[in-house]
Ligand binder design. Structure first.
Ligand code: LMR
Length: 406
């Protein structure tokens, strides 16, 4: 065949094939993150951002914790190497977090701990582990939940079963409906529970409900999958782990995904951990080998800086008490904003009994849109608000704009 015929054939092939990336599916846009850009673009000086879950102080800023700044300075001076640590990350960091999560609960060699890129990395790794152990496993997830839970879990091919969690009209937990749904779970299925400060509703299980669901999971052989992303912002550091403790006292196995985004203000540093509780030490060794292999295929090794900062804080008594004081100030500010909102209008009254940064208001997507256009109030389309996004002086205009719709 002549050279020119060969080239002609190649050109024809080039023209007839579809470019690979033209085959990509069209995805719905993320519902939350575009709010950041839309809010920035809005020129109105009195606009209000209660969208993305980022803590703001009384002046409306998200400052770096003083304890974090001090730890960063110390690290800059003392860190001798940036060499690899391995797929398990910074073990000093995970040991320090173990102490504030598990307290005096002695899990001994049943516990496997690993640093992860944020709480999201922990969720994904836990889902991968569950699927490796039992490909047909399902995870029961109360709705509404963090918008990223179902996609992260199903990206690991873990089947997600959504069930009722929240009574939107009554602004309370739909506990009976939740338990009725869990009745359908099979041994080896997982149950996702928010350890504290439920995102997006602020409605947590009370101690009796924790005990009941823990006994149910133990009896039925279900795996508790606890997402602890706001420790210290609900009722206090140890109080916010009480539900988790109630569960661990009753079950043989559990997974806990932990995030330092909010309680150390390390959002963009992607600092988290995964804890897996196994039946015994030999299963735990097997779990560790599997987790390290999975982590190696996902991100090889987690980013170091945030974890090194947290370790530096928690290994130093003075920095720890400074961090605890800053966290407590944040928590009390959230409690105060909840109380101020609750005092404005009956619509907000239930917020005083709820915990953490979020609340879900009974607003339609159209009403959410109207608030954005007419009042410059930015919240998630679901009606979720970031209570910690409001300053004290924004409470009255915010509440008046929302109450006007009722
Ligand atoms: C939120 O729920 O707003 C935060 O956790 C940020 C995020 O990643 O969605």
């Amino acid at each position: 065949m002549s050279v020119s015929v060969e080239l002609f054939k190649r050109d024809i092939m080039r023209l007839s094939h579809t470019a690979l990336f033209d085959c990509l599916p069209t995805l719905p846009a993320d519902t939350l993150l575009p709010l950041i850009a839309a809010f920035k673009r809005d020129p109105r000086p009195d606009k209000i951002d209660v969208g993305v879950g980022v803590y703001r102080d009384a002046a409306g800023k998200t400052p770096v914790f003083g304890a974090v700044k001090s730890a960063e300075r110390a690290l800059l001076e003392t860190q001798q190497s940036k060499g690899y640590l391995g797929p398990e990350g910074d073990i000093g960091f995970v040991r320090a977090i173990e102490a504030i999560v598990f307290g005096d609960l002695d899990l001994g060699s049943r516990l496997t701990s690993l640093q992860t890129p944020g709480g999201t990395g922990a969720l994904r790794l836990a889902a991968e582990l569950i699927v490796s152990a039992r490909p047909e496993a399902r995870v029961f997830v109360g709705a509404p939940t963090w918008a990223n839970h179902p996609p992260v879990l199903s990206a690991a091919r873990l089947a997600v079963v959504e069930h009722d969690y929240f009574d939107r009209t009554g602004q309370r937990l739909a506990f009976d409906r939740m338990m009725a749904a869990l009745d359908d779970a099979q041994p080896g299925d997982a149950v996702l529970l928010h350890g504290c400060c439920h995102n997006p509703t602020g409605v947590d299980l009370d101690p009796d409900q924790w005990a009941e669901v823990a006994a149910f999971m133990a009896r039925r052989g279900l795996l508790p999958f606890i997402d602890l992303a706001y420790q210290g912002l609900g009722a206090g550091v140890s109080e916010d782990a009480a539900g988790l403790h109630a569960v661990l006292k009753q079950v043989e196995e559990a997974v806990i995904a932990y995030s330092c985004d909010k309680n150390f203000g390390l959002y963009r540093e992607r600092t988290g951990a995964l804890f897996v509780v196994s039946r015994n030490a030999s299963t735990a060794a097997h779990v560790r080998a599997n987790l390290e292999a999975l982590a190696r295929t996902c991100w090889s090794m987690p980013p170091d800086h945030g974890a090194a900062v947290v370790r530096t804080i928690l290994e130093d008594a003075e920095l720890t008490s400074s961090w605890r004081a800053e966290l407590e100030t944040m928590r009390l500010r959230i409690v105060d904003i909840r109380a101020r909102l609750a005092a404005t209008h009956p619509l907000f009254a239930p917020l005083i009994g709820h915990k953490g940064m979020f609340a879900t208001l009974p607003l339609s997507p159209e009403e959410v849109q109207q608030l954005r256009e007419e009042d410059g109030i930015y919240m998630a389309g679901s009606g979720r608000i970031n209570v910690a996004g409001l300053t004290a002086s924004q409470v009255a205009p915010f509440a008046a704009a929302v109450a006007r719709l009722r």
